[in-house]
Design a protein around this ligand. Structure first.
Ligand code: HEC
Length: 155
């Protein structure tokens, strides 16, 4: 049998570890979500944060429009230019306070999307037309995945 104080330390370490885990979990799981009336996860944001997300979204749609127009006109420079508007290096860092409110799945989908636009730009610059529609379809699937799962709620 261990001395009493050793067991007390053990218990204390366990309690502190649990508290720490709960705090880390709160950050990563995103405590700012609730279930919306339509069943999606509603992320609670300030009006400014929601406006930032929505304006990024409109940039996504503008890029998709530019890419499809470039494909229709067989203009690879236009495709590359539209895709680069979104590419990874254009990924304006969101404020950390906003990042912390976004669920990990949301951040993952958003992050992956930027990389996929980058791939479209590279393919267009290499004049590889055959792959473009397939890549765009993958991107649109990702848009849908996120829209089906998440909505925004203003605090
Ligand atoms: C990581 C999640 C996510 C991804 C990926 C995503 N969206 Fe969104 N989008 C949202 C959310 C959340 C909203 C707000 C919807 C709501 O409030 O119900 C939104 C809203 C929009 C809006 C409306 C903007 C406004 O002004 O209200 C457009 C347009 C849009 N998205 C386009 C796109 C396109 C195009 C793509 C893919 C290229 C895309 N989104 C990918 C999460 C995402």
């Amino acid at each position: 049998m261990k001395p009493l104080h050793a067991r007390t330390y053990q218990a204390l370490t366990l309690v502190l570890s649990l508290i720490l885990l709960a705090l880390i979990g709160k950050f990563f799981i995103g405590s700012n979500t609730s279930t919306a009336e339509d069943g999606r996860q509603a992320i609670s944001l300030t009006a400014n944060e929601a406006a930032l997300i929505r304006s990024d979204m409109r940039l996504f749609l503008t890029a998709v429009q530019g890419i499809t127009q470039g494909i229709a006109e067989d203009d690879m420079a236009k495709v590359a230019e539209a895709a680069k508007e979104i590419g990874s290096d254009q990924n304006r860092a969101a404020p950390i306070t906003l990042m912390a409110k976004l669920p990990p799945e949301f951040r993952k989908l958003d992050f992956a999307l930027h990389g996929e636009f980058e791939v479209i730009a590279t393919q267009a610059e290499a004049d590889d037309k055959a792959a473009l529609l397939g890549l765009l379809s993958n991107i649109l699937q990702r848009c849908n995945r996120c829209h089906e799962g998440f909505t925004l709620k203003t605090e």
